[in-house]
Design a protein around this ligand. Structure first.
Ligand code: NAP
Length: 251
């Protein structure tokens, strides 16, 4: 049987699991593409490439040169650039395209969310919300909060910020989810947090902080997802596997 050659743009836990599951199939040859920040994906993926393609044209050329027969975008909901490049490049190369994206969180009774469209807007609104802030947006956009010298921040991220990144006053906490409700509740209480800033990433691994905030009546400044062009999107791995079954069945 000739295997279908597919490219999976990976950038989330479910993306890594999808790439692993696809790599176990006898009817598919899956190549996993990572931006290059994580050197050892977990679970391990056999056929992996690292680093950018060089924009839409670079990705289109890669699809054509490598004989890719389907492109699956399993990157993070906030990684807008690669997702836009993916859908455009697939269109130009005439390759079927599917996006795997977790559903966003939605507010529950008792939640006190302030929706904002960007980290810059979150920084602008924060002084009217609280003095002590739990900042859970990762390390890439810390600089947006650096001018808020009158506030105090507990900043949680997986890897430390680059040395040259301007950061606001406070403490950096290096940690990787999932986080339990007990852990999140303790953190909020120990550091006397008055507000959380979060991206609406969705998923279970980092949801407990929102439950803890609800219990303690703490407001959450919630950064909404970037706008994406129309594209076929599913929310779980099984739907991608079904889509792949159809694709394989058609050949
Ligand atoms: P981005 O702004 O959408 O992408 C920036 C550039 O990085 C892209 O144009 C592309 O370079 C390259 N790139 C990104 N993902 C790639 C992949 N899977 N394979 C090959 N090249 C990739 O992305 P970002 O927000 O910097 O995030 C980088 C990676 O971290 C993504 O894969 C994302 O899924 C993951 N991540 C992001 C967040 C977040 O909040 N943004 C959170 C968790 C994980 P070229 O244009 O040169 O092809």
């Amino acid at each position: 049987m000739t295997k279908k050659r597919i490219l999976i743009l990976v950038g989330t836990t479910e993306g890594r699991h999808l790439a692993y599951q696809a790599s176990q199939r006898s009817d598919i040859e899956a190549i996993a593409s990572l931006a290059g920040r994580t050197r050892q994906p977990d679970p391990p993926i056999a056929n992996t490439r690292f680093g950018g393609f060089g924009g839409v044209s670079g990705l289109r050329d890669y699809l054509q040169e490598q004989g890719i027969e389907a492109l699956i975008d399993a990157t993070h909901p906030f990684a807008a650039q690669i997702s836009i490049h993916g859908v455009l490049a697939a269109r130009e190369a005439g390759v079927p395209h599917l996006r795997l994206s977790r559903p966003p969180w939605s507010p529950q009774p008792g939640d006190r969310w302030l929706d904002v469209s960007s980290n810059a807007e979150a920084a602008e609104r924060l002084p009217e919300v609280a003095q002590r802030v739990f900042l859970t947006i990762g390390r890439q956009e810390l600089a947006k909060f650096a001018s808020l010298q009158q506030l105090w921040f507990l900043m949680r991220m997986i890897d430390p910020p680059h040395e040259e990144t301007p950061i606001p006053p406070g403490k950096i906490l290096l940690a990787r989810g999932p986080f339990s409700l007990d852990e999140e509740r303790s953190l909020l209480q120990e550091y006397q947090i008055g507000a959380i800033v979060s991206k609406n990433s969705g998923g279970e691994a980092t949801y407990a902080k929102l439950v803890a905030a609800r219990e303690l009546g703490i407001p959450v400044v919630m950064v909404q997802r970037p706008t994406m062009p129309e594209m076929e999107t599913v929310s779980d791995i099984n739907q991608v596997l079904d889509w792949l079954d159809c694709l394989v069945g058609m050949s």
